[in-house]
Design a protein around this ligand. Structure first.
Ligand SMILES: [Zn+2]
Length: 222
């Protein structure tokens, strides 16, 4: 097949066509970026929820459904291997969307695929000593065990959290899946603006006191 380089000559028509194109693209993405994410779907299921640490998040099912609706043909893949350390699992993904706006202007489909990177982490969860759940334990002198804390007289844990060893890990697969989902949601938000109202607000806060958040972050399975 013959390859021809087609060079458009500058013309007022071309200028107008580029201007219209920019306007249309901007309008298309601005609608997502300024959309209010609903609290519930038509079946009454929650779309937005709040993590134990107070941060609001959007359920993955909603964001994926928005992708099916507005970017049919979307996909994502691993951008690089997951990173796992005793505290965090980090997933890195590439989201691929077909920009139908470009396609509708006669651009070959292979040039209409846009790729966006996203990464996020989930905290590795460790089991507690069973004494943590026995909140009504009282010592001989009548001292109450602090709620949700190990009992300091326990023979197994001596009041300390169990060590971060592989045998104490709870369901790593679940946390790995959570890291992937969070990374995907982040890339969707960046690529399309879907969920901006919830996530952009949150990112602004996270950037302000980043260090503090990492230390105090609570376990989440969003
Ligand atoms: Zn214990």
């Amino acid at each position: 097949m013959e390859n021809k380089l087609i060079i458009s000559k500058p013309s007022p028509e071309l200028d107008n066509s580029i201007r219209d194109f920019k306007k249309d693209m901007y309008k298309f993405y601005d609608e997502f970026a300024s959309m209010t994410t609903p609290m519930k779907d038509s079946n009454g299921n929650k779309i937005r929820d709040v993590r134990p640490d107070g941060y609001e998040y959007i359920k993955a099912a909603y964001m994926e459904n928005m992708m099916h609706k507005h970017f049919p043909g979307w996909s994502f893949e691993e951008a690089s291997k997951m990173e796992i350390n005793p505290i965090w699992i980090t997933a890195k993904v590439h989201l691929k969307i077909i920009d139908w706006g470009l396609y509708s202007r006669g651009i070959p489909i292979e040039f209409c695929v846009r790729t966006f990177y996203g990464s996020d982490s989930a905290r590795v969860q460790y089991r507690n000593c069973p004494c943590v759940n026995r909140d009504n334990l009282k010592e001989a002198n009548g001292t109450m065990k602090p709620k949700g804390k190990p009992w300091y007289n326990c023979n197994v844990c001596q009041g300390k959290p169990l060590p971060y060893t592989p045998e104490n890990i709870i369901d790593l697969g679940n946390q790995a899946g959570s890291a992937v989902t969070k990374a995907l949601k982040r890339s969707i938000q960046k690529a399309t603006g879907i969920g901006n109202d919830v996530y952009k607000k949150r990112l602004d806060v996270e950037e302000l006191d980043f260090g503090e958040e990492v230390i105090t972050d609570t376990i989440t399975t969003e």
